[in-house]
Each structure stands twice: as C-alpha cells, then as structure tokens.
Design a protein around this ligand. Sequence first.
Ligand code: M6R
Length: 596
Amino acid sequence: MCGIVGYTGQRKALPILLDSLKRLEYRGYDSAGVAIVGSELKVVKDKGFIANLEAQLPAIEGTTGLAHTRWATHGAPSKVNAHPHVDCSGRLAIAHNGIIENFMEIRERMEKEGHVFASQTDTESLVHLVESYYDGNLETAVRSALREVRGSFAIAAVHADEPGRIVGARNESPLVIGVGPDENFLASDVPALLKHTDKVLYILDKEIVVLTASGVAISDLEGRTVSREPERITWTLEDAEKGGFEHFMLKEIFEQPAAIHETLLGRIANLDVNGFFAEGFTSVKLVACGTSYHAALVGKYILEEIAQIPASAELASEYRYAHGPSERPLVILLSQSGETADTLGAMREAKRRGCKTLGICNVVGSSLAREVDKTIYTRAGLEIGVAATKTFVTQLVALYLIALRGGLDRGTLGYEEADGLKDQLRSLPRAVQAVLNRSEEIERLAEKYRDAKDMFYIGRHVNYPVAMEGALKLKEISYVHAEAYAAGELKHGPLALLTPATPVVAIAVRDHTYEKMRSNIGEVVARGSPVLAIASEGDREIVKFVDDVLAVPELPGIFNPAPVTVAMQLFAYHLARTRQCPIDKPRNLAKSVTVE
Ligand code: M6R
C-alpha cells in the first residue's frame, strides 16, 4: 500500500504535492518521489522518508504533477524502485498503489518489443504498456493498457506532451478526487485534500478519471461517461494535524472519550442500529484483520453475552479461503479503513456464499462501506497513526449497540436489563478518561519495563483478545516481542519461556475470572517473572503479590475491554517513546493494507 497525490491548476505544483504527500505518509514511507510537468517532465525520487526527498529537491517549475510515497511490495525499497516510474522516452510518468498480478508476462512482452526496464517493480510493466499504446492521447493509452492488467491498482499518470492533464484510474485500491475552483487534486485518501477543498469525488473500481485545471471527467474502462456529483466531507484540516501532541497516536488515544461519545450519539436511546437480527439470523460470523480482528474476537463475547446469539470470529485472510459449512450466518466485517484487501476479499466471499453482510467501518465512502448490505459507521474521526487506537474502542461501541438491538429484537434481552447496559455504555467515555488521566503514571511504568526484550500478555474471557490487542500495540510500535495467551493456557507450554527477564502484563480486573487470574498470576510469580497487573481501582489484594499495578475503573465484565485497552495503548506508546521509536510510522508497516 502506498500514497499517491496529484495536482493540476494555476499554482506551483511542487509545494502542494509535497504537503499533500506528507499527509499520506502513514500509507507507506520507504521511498518517495515526484513528477512535475513543466516545459518538460522532471522526476525526482529517493529511498527513505518524504523529508529526505524534500531536502534534495531543486525548485521545479510546473503547475501539474504527481507524487508518491511507497510501501514496498515488488522490489526492495530503493531509489530505483521508488515511484513515479517513467517510460523509455522519459516523457510519461506513473505512480501506482496496488499490485499488478500479471506484471511478469507484460514485462517479458515489453522487453521483447525493446522496452528497457530500470526497476524490479510490477508498476514499471504498466508504464511501458501505456507507452506502447501512446499515440498522443494519454487517456486512451491508459484505457487500452488497463484492459490487459490483472490486479489491484490506483494510478496517476502524466505525459510531457499533455501538460495540464492527469489521468487516474482505480481497481480495488482507493482513489479520491478533490474538486477546487480552477484546480483539481487526486489522492489515495482524503487527508491529502483537506487543506484545499472539502468537495470530493470517489472514483470507483474500473473507472478512469481525467483531471485538468477546469474539470474532472470520469469514464469506465469501455469509455462510457460516468456522471457523479461531488460530496462534501466533514473531516477538517485540524483533524489531520497533531494539535500540539507529539504524535498522532497520542492525540488519537486522547480523542477516545469523544470518539465513543460520537459513536453513541443519536443511536443509544432507541438503539437506532440495524443489525439485521429482526431477520431471524441464528448465528454471526465476525471477520477482520489485525486490531479490527481483536475487536471481532471481543465482539463474539459481547454478542453471545448480551444478545445470546452464537458468534465466532475469523481472520479475513483465513475466512476467504476456508471451505465453510453451508449455513449462512450474518457476516459482520470490521475495518477502520474499509480498504483492507483481505477484509474486502472476505466480504466478497461471504456474499458469494449467500450471506448478508454488515460492515463496521470508519471511513465513509470506502470500498467496504459501499459493498456491504449495510454499514454502521464508527464515528472515530480521522485516524492517522499506523497503530489503531480510537477506531478499536469505537468498533467495540458499535458491537455493544448491535448486541443490544439484537437482544431486544430476538427477545433474549429484557428492556429493563437493556436500560442498565445502556447506562454502562454511556459511562464508557468517563471510564476511558479516568485511564487517560493516569498517563504520567503509565509513562513511569513504561520506563521501568523499557529494556524488556520479550513480554507476555495474559487475560481470560473477554480480556484474552484484549491481551492480544495489548501485545500487538507493543510489538508494532516499540519492536518489543510480545505474546498474548489465554491465562489458563500458560501451563500448557508457554510457562517454559518465563524467566525474570520476561515481564508479564496480566489483565486481572474484578470479573468472574478474577480468582482464576490470581492463580495464573501466582504461577507466573513463582517463575520469577515481573508482573504488571491491570486491575480494578480499589483492589487492595492484588498489590500484595505483583510488582506493579495499573488501575482502571471497575466496570461490569463485558465493558472492561475499552478502559483496559486504553491503558495498554498508553503503556505501549510510552514504552516506544522511551525507546525512541518512530511511533506513527513503525518500520515495515502501513496504515491500511490494500494488498493480500
Ligand atoms: O483498516 P483495517 O481496520 O481493516 O486494518 C486492519 C489492520 O491492518 C490494522 O488493524 C492493523 O493491525 C493496525 N496497524 C493495528 O494497530
């Protein structure tokens, strides 16, 4: 997954492109490049962050151009593999996000025809293919080339013979157009556009778009005109800035009480969410990747406990290739971005199997939101840090709402009981805020554990997937190896790994598993491992036999995941910070993964 931006208008393209590109750096950051069309085509690119590219850029004149920040798929991160790629004439440049699956056969054909390749990327095959069709009209050349291409792509192309024009296209990778007066923009994601316009046009699969300063023309691969009116977006430039916080991740962690509140707003009183349960589903399958998968695992407990409906969770990358039973559960797909390739693949597989699909998604207009039968939006706002934080807790909130609605629709939950659960849900922003107020204390704890090389996270019941989420946060931003286990499983193998050098984070809040957790913590302490317990406020017992305690407000069991997760987010954040890790841009990762 990569980020693409394009600009055509009256202003100098270079500063606009660089500024917009930086707002997409969360999509990939192993190399970057720009292509500007002035009196000729000028391309500059290099390995490393955008700042590295910027430092070496000469002033390039020109009011049309494109830029790219890369997350490597084919070809190592290097200057030569950085985008944009140029054709043999040096007059055509293309930036690409996605994977051209049949790039090898195209490359062999192009090489036979005499095209000379400079990189190992799949993208360069497309560049030479477009070149082979080019006869003075970039749009028709791109259209002809794309008819031969298999795979996922969002592309932007410019040609020195057609200054003032950008041709874009998409299939299974996001592409959005920003519409301005006398200028137009193209980008992989909305944050790149917020500084310039709030009017956007989403390009759909197998569509081509031509941008000039005065217009945007969309057509399909067959050349038929597509009419679409721009939409207004509600995210603002402020949402895309750090707002005084050192990192986006910290800002987003602190936005969680507001994000939960927003997600509940207008929905909780009447449980105004349609989870399809009135249609008589007897089971639910929750499908997602990464942090969203952890929310799905928590969702299984929420749905089974509140709505009394059998539920299971599956990784999207596994679900899509499983030979499932013939029953047709309601399939709930969770995705912050709505663009994760594995989750989209799973959604399409669920539809192929004849299942109804419900999306829980944060990005309005995303591929998931467009293709599922119904979407419940998490109103977390823009999330830029690669580590998912506020979108996880708002996914949980959506699941609580669905479960409450489902319980009532199925007659498995009484109105009085539902009212009590709603009150708990309303109290979540307060509980999360109480954890945020302990940020400094958590920072001190993180400093204590900063030199750990391996850590374990344990929990039971709903706190088992929460432990998985805690471990994932630590791994991805601090590079400390962390494993999560269901606490009862330690004795079945992992105990062999415990030593005084392997701290254990134990989620031991006061719920029906508390006594058992205490026994499991005892097993850990007996092996000499330091224990950091996440425990309910006021628990005077646990402090006696663990090394450190991080207190969270006491809540009924099923509502603990949000505050506990927030505590672990802060722990991971501060630990990564003391280790001077690039928190918003962890190595090898990118925010949304649009390849399989
Ligand atoms: O956009 P999605 O929710 O579909 O993304 C799924 C995962 O790629 C994502 O949650 C990833 O695991 C995060 N980096 C975790 O912090």
